[in-house]
Ligand binder design. Structure first.
Ligand SMILES: *Cc1c(COP(=O)(O)O)cnc(C)c1O
Length: 402
């Protein structure tokens, strides 16, 4: 065994989460999957859960089974809150996609205070966030202030301090940057916004299931996020939405539907918003995808977020160490503790490298214009996998002359 192989084997032998790898469907052949930031791997329990709902509940139960589904958004929301978000019961629901959830909450905030018309975000935020926030602001005669962010290191908080004044209703940022992986301190950002009387709406798409978030402990206002990345819920699974309890009746979202009505089944003609977190729902959730959220959460709960995070920091640090000699340019914060579960590299020929790496059994994500995003998901990736990936990346760079 090589020195690196031996070192990786020692790290795997000491890994308290090593056994959880078997809770995921195996990758094909000897592939190393480092793209969990785009789509999390399939938990082995998912097929059984979905099969039960399809055959026993839908197939045998037919419309009668609907009563077991009516509170699905809240039940799954509470599970996400407990396992991944550190939020209280009754503060999270799942339903709709992240973009729509972001729209609902951003609109609700602007509508709650006609005296404040500005939203602040950063120009490296995920595109859908920038589009949605710009749209919400424009619809309401407001403006979106997009702060320039260093795409490798993340937003300078001094710029945020300068930008948040008494016209700002909302600051909306991604807790973990989708590109660089830069990780904000929730409490620090909230403090800056609150000092100017603004609320904060977090996009947790790359944070939920990747880093401990502790929304309640940090007094977070609002959040949305994806369930199909670090929560393993599967393609198209509904996103989550969090609203701190004291804001439930202060905020009213603009898309009125029967799921948000205080008496959903009374079938009244006039809309009256539910006083609880349900008021942020609109219509029927995708039940088959929503039930699948449970499978990934169970594995995360078994690992514990602190242990998961410790392994993630060790894995990306190790990957960084092994890639150092390749000459790839680090495009993430240097300290693994200052970023989420992925690490990003810049290479002028990234667009060509990504398919070449896939041919050589390493799956990574390409991000415009010249980035490779590597996400060694801590529950399913061994240190040996990271060593293998680094070795293959080195080989491809050498052989291809890229
Ligand atoms: C993946 C992701 C989304 C996904 O949005 P959908 O509307 O659910 O497709 C949104 N924001 C961020 C930051 C993401 O990473």
């Amino acid at each position: 065994m090589t020195v690196i192989g031996n070192d990786a084997a020692l790290r795997d032998a000491a890994d308290p989460l090593a056994h959880l790898r078997d809770r995921f469907h195996p990758t094909p052949g000897d592939a190393v999957y480092l793209n969990g930031g785009s789509l999390g791997r399939l938990p082995t329990a998912t097929a059984g859960i979905v099969d039960h709902v399809v055959r026993a509940e839908w197939g045998d139960g037919l419309a009668g089974a609907r009563t077991t589904w009516f509170d699905m958004c809240e039940r799954m929301g509470d599970r996400v809150a407990e396992v991944a978000l550190g939020a209280h019961p009754g503060e999270v629901v799942v339903g709709d996609c992240t973009s729509v959830n972001l729209y609902k909450l951003a609109a609700a905030v602007l509508d709650a205070d006609p005296g404040r018309r500005a939203i602040v975000t950063d120009d490296d935020n995920f595109p859908t966030d920038q589009y949605v926030l710009a749209g919400v602001a424009a619809e309401r005669g407001g403006t979106l202030r997009r702060l320039h962010t260093d795409p490798d290191r993340g937003l300078d908080l001094d710029l945020l301090r300068e930008a948040v004044d008494d016209d700002v209703a909302l600051v909306s940022l991604s807790l973990v940057s989708c590109r660089s992986g830069a990780l904000f301190d929730i409490a620090e950002v909230q403090e800056i916004a609150h000092a100017a009387g603004a609320l904060v709406l977090w996009d947790l798409s790359h944070a939920a299931g990747a880093v401990p978030v502790d929304l309640a402990a940090n007094g977070a206002d609002l959040a949305v996020g994806s369930t199909y990345k670090h929560l393993f819920a599967g393609p198209g699974a509904p996103a989550f939405l969090y609203v701190r309890r004291d804001l439930h009746t202060v905020l009213a979202q603009p898309i009125h539907g029967w799921y948000g009505h205080r008496e959903q089944l009374a079938m009244r003609g006039d809309y009256e918003a539910d006083p609880t977190i349900r008021r942020f729902l609109t219509g029927s959730p995708p039940i088959l995808s929503a039930v699948a959220i449970e499978a990934g959460l169970a594995v995360i709960a078994e690992a514990g977020l602190e242990a998961l995070r410790a392994k993630s920091v060790a894995l990306t640090g190790y990957l960084q160490e092994l890639l150092e000699p390749t000459g790839l340019r680090l495009a993430s914060p240097v300290d693994p503790a200052r970023r989420g579960a992925h690490v990003t590299y810049g290479h002028p020929r990234s667009a060509q490298l990504v398919p070449l790496l896939a041919e050589n059994g390493v799956f990574v994500d390409y991000s415009v214009p010249d980035r490779l995003r590597l996400t060694p998901a801590p529950l399913s990736t061994r240190f040996a996998d990271v060593a293998t990936a680094a070795e293959r990346i080195r080989g491809v760079l050498e052989r291809s002359g890229l």
